[in-house]
Design a protein around this ligand. Sequence first.
Ligand code: ATP
Ligand code: K
Ligand code: MG
Length: 671
Amino acid sequence: MSVVGIDLGNLNTCIAVARRGGIDVIVNETSNRATPSLVSFGQKNRYLGEPAKTQEISNYKNTVGSLKRLIGRRWNDPEVQIERKYIGAELVDVHGQVGAKVQYLNQEEVLTATQLVAALLQKVKQTTVNELKTAVSDVVISVPGWFTDCQRRAVLDAASIAGLNPLRLINDTTASALGYGITKTDLPDDKPRHVAIIDIGHSNYSVAIVAFKKGQLTVKSTAYDRHFGGRDFDIALIDHFAKEFKGKYNIDIKSNPKAVFRLAAAVEKLKKVLSANPAAPISIESIMNDMDVSSILKREELEEFVKPLLERVTVPLEQALNDSGLTKDDIYSVEMVGGATRVPCLKNAISNFFGKQLSFTLNQDEAVSRGAAFACAILSPAFKVREFAVHDISPYPICFTWEPEREIPDEETSLLVFPKNNLVPSTKVLTFYRKEPFTLDVSYTNDAILPTGTQPWIGTYTVKNVIPTDSGDFSIVKVKARINLHGIVAVESAAVYEEKEFEEEIPKAAVNEEKRNEDNNDPEVMDTEVPETRIVKKLVKKADLPIVAQNGTLSEDLMNAFKEREGSMAIEDKLVAETEDRKNALEEYLYDIRGKLEDIYAPFASEEEKSVLGSLLDDTENWLYDEGADTKKARYVSKMEEILKVAGPIRQRFFDAEEEKRQKIEEAQIA
Ligand code: ATP
Ligand code: K
Ligand code: MG
């Protein structure tokens, strides 16, 4: 059974697996420890991860990135407009959800963001299967702590489409915190150690204040800047150089999408060099109109370009600290995670804020995936890990509302069931007095801290089969509301209860207490022979009630349709890969046989055979450059068989002769 942690990053996805020896980050088909979070569509197949990156520029119209910024969003969410500038493909409205329109198999295809993430997860699954050589199903996937119910449900749907079984969605900073805590052997028994976990990635910035004790962590508070990361630096640099090159070379980069992508790739490199050097060059060959461009930039200039961003860097820190009720002095260490925490001005600002040296003990690029793998190991029945409890919180207050019951005057019609920073997971029971079915609306309450554009609605749950009691009174209905391990909210169950009278023995202590009060001068009375009883009323469950649920999870029909579509696209990809494989094999075999025919096979082939096979090889080679450059798998297989038919007997004679030689040597040795 697999134990896998997936850090679904905006730029890169990182996969960690738990093995007997510990947690390892695995490499993909190009030996990289991170896979680009990109999916691309072609005439014959999809390109997922690395190959999508390779075509990002040439096939930008059919390539989609920023996947985690799109998933679970409605089309009219203002954030979708923000993402447009980072994405080559056209974004479209798919029944109110955001999707992308691409050319695939020479046809127009529209895929929802959920399907696109499923495609990426499909790739993640293959990479993991290749590494582990076993089926992969159980995973833990990380998401930003600010992800809403809808976004979380969409990630779960995507995983399900890809055939994965998420045991948990874990918040990015919680994953890093788990990786920190579970490997520390010196955590205190009593007074907790408070650590600030800071993750600044490509698109977003999260901070969590976490209390660690031996065997457990408790997230005290979190804060976010959802639009703060490496890509903001990239955009600032793109703007700068586009302007500079306009003046210097008289070219308009912004008018040419491919030129923008070329510039984006170059400024990302430049930015990284500037993290370690005071100045760095940039040069791009034929950026557009066959023009080469070059320039140089100082680190201070970059810092000037992103000044508005830098002014915001301490805002989440301030907020998280405030919400935790702690002071800077209470913070034992500041752990930095995420690629953008390598930027010197960010490091300085954060270090100055806490008045402390920053700590880089966690692997900046891999901490989240490693933590997610630990979480998976903890939840997996297949694995034994050190006991470590994770107490996380949910940032947005959630309330339940309902229609008032006419016969109950002044009944409340809403309740804040899960306040801000409620523990995750958590179950609460609500009691209703009703004579007929009723409906509960679940929604976020506080618009102020909700990401703009988030619809407050989370779900609608109707409790069915509610009727009056036998005496025509209100039935007592208890409803179980839960935030589960994924951080999503649902009404889990409902049941009708009734009050029943029971006769119960009065506990000895209580009897004695009563007696003593009656007559505390006479201790003899305390020894009562016959136990005394009393009548008590208790609520007992009479029956479970059915619930009709509506929430952000995909309907069964759509889920099945998406699974089927993903399955057929995956088969297409596999077929293309196998075809490519057969073609390569044919090519290799052809050159191999040709070489051997002039060398070791020469003594074993007649002149006629040599001439027949020689021209067959020539013909096949020509065919490979011509019609065979791009054809069906079966054609490559049959060409291979044709060659084998002629070459096989020659090869056999060679092997027979070799075998004879070997035996002679053996006999000589024995003799
Ligand atoms: P997110 O967490 O926002 O979803 P992610 O997890 O994919 O995104 P990371 O892999 O943590 O992001 O970080 C990637 C970002 O870090 C990129 O913008 C990258 O350019 C930047 N980065 C990586 N190394 C450096 C460096 N040495 N100097 C500056 N920036 C860097
Ligand atoms: K990452
Ligand atoms: Mg990240």
